[in-house]
Design a binder for this molecule. Structure first.
Ligand code: SF4
Length: 361
């Protein structure tokens, strides 16, 4: 593993204390705030998270206030951040902690892991940063750093390699200040040992790095190639009836759960998008509609697939709403559209929709 561990710790921590970014969640050890930041930072860039973090804590400054909010209020604050199960889990966990634990965070990692949305990494991050417990936190960034430091050739993106990285994390953990140490490793991965073009010349621990010393930095980390990302073609309808727009709500469990959207769905074999729009709206809502204008086409990439979405303005023709799939619906005035939380793919056409002349007439 690493020779001279005290020297490694000392170099890493003194670099961290001199170079760490001044991030809002670094100014607190309040477990609630650390929890919110760690959940938001999952799969999301720091610069994207900062304004969301500030707004979220402004709206829900305590766990009690989060527990008392409605799911719609929570999702609205999360809107655009993606991976919405994170917001739903926060909400449920806050309600559980207030109901069963007087709003107090459990300090032990294993207790934290019982809460929805808190797994190995997040429980370790909260336990070490908020409660200074000596537990290693290993996320994708830290795996990359470890892979280079110890020239580990196990792919970093397969779960079977977790054991090896976790073992290394436990072996080189700094027990005297685990919170700062875990954050120092994360910061090293973010600022110096970046995925592309690591700045080894500025690295405080290059004297401990096997990949650097053997001139093989480019070979690490190893990554198992994934299959090509599938792309789906979707047709969506903005159904207008008496100047009101139909929106439907996605089921709470699953992708984009609990968010509102305009109804629609995937094209079936060789189907034309306008026909798919009519069919999907009939299947999801029971309404008969007629597309009158193609508003736009938008593209959006999710983590495991991409979509191309054709959006139609549709006139209501007949029928009563009978939902199959969505859990709720509203006929809303265009002016109140911003009161609802929509997926990013819907936002890509909502600004155009607001300007569409037919809504003003
Ligand atoms: Fe990463 Fe380079 Fe530092 Fe090694 S020397 S840990 S590859 S930045």
């Amino acid at each position: 593993m690493l020779n001279n561990l005290p020297d490694f710790h000392s170099r890493l921590l003194s670099w961290y204390h001199q170079n760490k970014r001044d991030l809002p969640w670094r100014q607190t050890t309040d477990p609630y705030s650390i929890w919110i930041s760690e959940i938001m930072l999952q799969q999301t860039q720091v610069n994207t998270v900062i304004p969301y973090y500030k707004r979220f804590l402004g709206q829900f400054p305590t766990i009690e206030e989060l527990s008392q909010a409605t799911l719609d209020e929570v999702l609205k604050q999360w809107e655009g951040l993606g991976y919405y199960s994170r917001a739903r889990n926060l909400h449920v966990a806050a309600q559980t902690l207030v109901k069963e634990n007087l709003g107090q965070f459990p300090e032990h990692r294993n207790e934290l892991k019982k809460l929805p949305g808190i797994g190995d990494y997040t429980s370790a991050a909260i336990a070490s940063i908020a409660f200074n417990q000596a537990v290693p936190a290993v996320d994708g960034n830290i795996k990359r750093v470890f892979a280079r430091l110890a020239a580990i050739d196990d792919p970093v993106n397969v779960t079977t390699s977790n054991k090896r990285f976790n073992r290394m994390a436990s072996q080189i953990l700094y027990h005297d200040d685990p919170g700062s140490y875990n954050q120092a490793l994360m910061e090293l991965g973010a600022l110096v040992c970046r995925p592309q073009k690591p700045e080894c010349g500025k690295c405080p621990v290059s004297s401990h790095c096997t990949a650097f010393k053997s001139g093989k930095v480019e070979q690490f980390p190893q990554v198992k190639k994934r299959l090509k990302t599938p792309e789906y073609h979707i047709a969506v309808g903005v159904v207008i009836r008496n100047k009101k727009l139909l929106i439907t709500r996605r089921p709470e469990n699953g992708l984009l759960g609990g968010l509102w959207e305009f109804p629609g769905g995937k094209l079936e074999n060789n189907e034309e998008p306008n026909k798919a729009c009519v069919r999907e709206i009939k299947e999801e809502t029971g309404l008969n509609v007629t597309p009158v204008e193609h508003l736009t086409t938008v593209k959006h990439a999710y983590s495991h697939f991409k979509i191309k979405m054709d959006v139609y303005i549709c006139n209501f023709v007949s029928g009563e709403v009978e939902l199959s799939g969505p859990t709720d619906y509203r006929w809303i005035a265009p002016e109140v559209i911003d009161e609802y939380a929509f997926p990013k793919a819907n936002h890509k056409f909502i600004s155009k929709l607001k300007k569409w002349q037919g809504l003003a007439s």
